[in-house]
Design a protein. Sequence first.
Length: 295
Amino acid sequence: MASAPRPRDGATLLTIDLARTDRDGFRRAAVAPEPPPTPAALAPTPGDTRPLVIVDAGHGGTDPGAIAANGAFEKDIVFGVARELARRLEDGRRVRVRLTRDGDVFVPLADRVRIAREAKADLFVSIHADSISAAPQVRGATIYTGSEKATDAESARLADRENKADQAAGADSAEGPGDVTDILQELTLRETRGFSARFAQGLLGQLGRVMELSTKPHREAGFRVLRSPDVPSVLVELGYLSSKRDLDLLLSEEWRARVTEQMAGAIETFFAGRTPPGPNPTLARRAASTAPVSP
């Protein structure tokens, strides 16, 4: 596609190149995601030992996520929250922070996990907003941590729906980290989930000051974006687009400012007791345990 002024009257001519294709080819091209940031772009500055936090805005591009009655898209709401949270963390200068997407683009679930793992992130926070059209009275925030067994049927259904995001967007669904294959990996995963649960509890304590929490605010489920064995990870459902009260808050800049301030505080508190500063403690322990022993 190209544009150029027409000499005789200055009008702009837009030229679009067309090529023959079949239905499947067009569908694949229409939903092709922009490439995620490369590991080099996420590499720490030499000597910068601050923890690295990956903030993941759910959905994006051809995947709108939940859609409110007024037409608001989940992907836009959570991107605004993610961007504001990243700004606050950057201003605080206590951690490094990166976004998995920097605009309205589709990033496959496995790539979101890969970005965090290849960057050797210390924490992964995925931001979403739920919707239950059959129960508009349900509202409040919920924080999920990863588990093979869901806390309840509702959590299992939500994880299943979110895990089909790639399929809904028409993209090939690539698998994330494989199954645990040895004792070391199992211990690493168990320790990582312990860190995830600890952060989730701290985050709930902060968020409970400024927003409504669901009846069961900390739950577990098998979300694909929470499957990293060596990066503590949580998924935050900020509220329900199907609840008018929650939706009004989700669209409020004042509410978003209060919530992101508390989220940033919880993240900084999570890392405050770590001495000395350095890379992901789980990764460090795993590297130490696999290093050759001197004779």
